[in-house]
Ligand binder design. Structure first.
Ligand code: PLP
Length: 363
């Protein structure tokens, strides 16, 4: 028996299941399993990354000054209150590492993003799951779920994999009702899909117990570059910067993200295309008897009659080269999460689900 053992909690972490990208024996597949932007990154971001590649023998900027400045200008935020990470996953990990440890509790909702539990366990803290109300964040349940051990509360707004969101007034009620010493983290991974939404920045301006995380992996189409950022009270940023590795974001990632955030026309285009095909897809699904909540994101949570039907549909979609996401791990076994693809992908998807429903009716 080895004497080399990991810290408590580590072995409770199940290995992360990322969205599948291939189906054995099927060509011409389309990946709708990871909420990626089907249009890809801004062409300006691609050019910036290509140019930055020539300088890869140099270490990257360690203070991310240029990217923080660009984000600050675009979002109307103080760059001094911004921190950049290798994806927002890294910011989530910093938050848990810095503010929660053995004996402390980290709250999130029953259909909340997987990284909250993983990062809480990695920090040695205790993850605590709280009920939602019909796939919507329940502020009362979160407030009731707090104990004297609670240190962090994570909500994604809008949430993944439900696609729903709560109002700024509800977020404010949550923040203002939390016990002293608890930090509310607003994960705004999908914020850019909601036109005019500030992801909670205004609430942060007047409170010291809210922090926001954002990402370049979704509407910016830069999931492969690994860039995310956080915004919050200067005192929290100061803490997080102490555990952040000095070179945590690569030269190419910084250059790509800076060009991407400045290309507002491209982001508006992506938001509009997503909204258009999201409405089309939701209506077409409803016509086929597949229910969904109104989505505020770039995916739809499609609800089937049962787990059996959802899994059978997923299996049929795979044979047609369409890869969507099972969400049994998110306590939603009778649902499939489907990323909004481009026009061709949306048409292929509805054709396949229609065939599946016809076969099912005949069986
Ligand atoms: C995709 C996603 C993220 C983004 O993670 P990155 O590490 O920035 O790629 C964060 N939170 C939620 C809820 C997500 O769905």
């Amino acid at each position: 028996m080895t004497q080399i053992t990991p810290q408590p909690g580590i072995m409770d972490i199940a290995l992360y299941q990322s969205g599948a990208a291939h189906v054995a024996g099927v060509s011409n597949t389309v990946k709708l399993s990871s909420n990626e932007n089907p249009l890809g990154p801004s062409p300006l971001a691609i050019t910036a990354m290509q140019e930055a590649a020539a300088n890869m023998h140099r270490y990257p900027s360690s203070d991310h000054q240029a990217l923080r400045q660009a984000i600050g200008e675009v979002e109307g935020l103080n760059p001094e209150q911004i921190i950049c990470g290798a994806g927002s996953d890294e910011i989530i990990a910093f938050l848990c590492q810095c503010f929660a440890g053995p004996g402390d509790e980290v709250l999130y909702t029953e259909h909340g993003f997987a990284m909250y539990r993983i990062s809480a366990l990695a920090a040695g803290a205790t993850p605590v799951e709280v009920k939602e109300r019909e796939r919507v964040t329940d502020v009362d349940a979160l407030l009731a779920g707090c104990s004297e051990h609670t240190k962090l509360v994570f909500i994604a707004n809008p949430n993944n994999p439900t696609g729903t969101m709560i109002s700024a007034a509800e977020v404010a009620r949550l923040a203002d009702g939390l016990p002293k010493g608890v930090l509310l983290v607003l994960d705004g991974a999908y914020a850019e899909y909601v036109e005019g939404f500030d992801a909670g920045a205004d609430l942060i301006a007047t409170r010291d117990n809210i922090f926001m995380t954002r990402t370049f992996s979704k509407i910016y189409g830069l999931g492969g570059a690994r860039v995310g950022w956080g915004y919050g009270p200067a005192a929290i940023i100061d803490v997080l910067n102490r555990v952040r590795g000095p070179f945590n974001v690569s030269t190419t990632a910084l250059a790509g993200a800076e060009a991407a955030v400045r290309d507002r026309a491209y982001i508006d285009h992506c938001r509009n295309e997503n909204a258009k095909w999201r409405s089309w897809l939701a209506a077409a699904l409803a016509e086929l008897g597949v229910a969904s909540d109104t989505s505020c994101t770039n995916f739809i949570l499609a609800r089937f009659a049962s787990q059996t039907e959802a899994e059978a549909c997923d299996t049929y979609l795979q044979t047609q080269g369409l890869i969507v996401r099972r969400v049994g791990g998110y306590n939603l076994p009778a649902a499939l999460r489907i990323t909004i693809g481009d026009e061709a992908a949306c048409h292929r998807l509805i054709k396949a689900i229609s065939e599946f429903k016809t076969q099912q009716g005949a069986a």
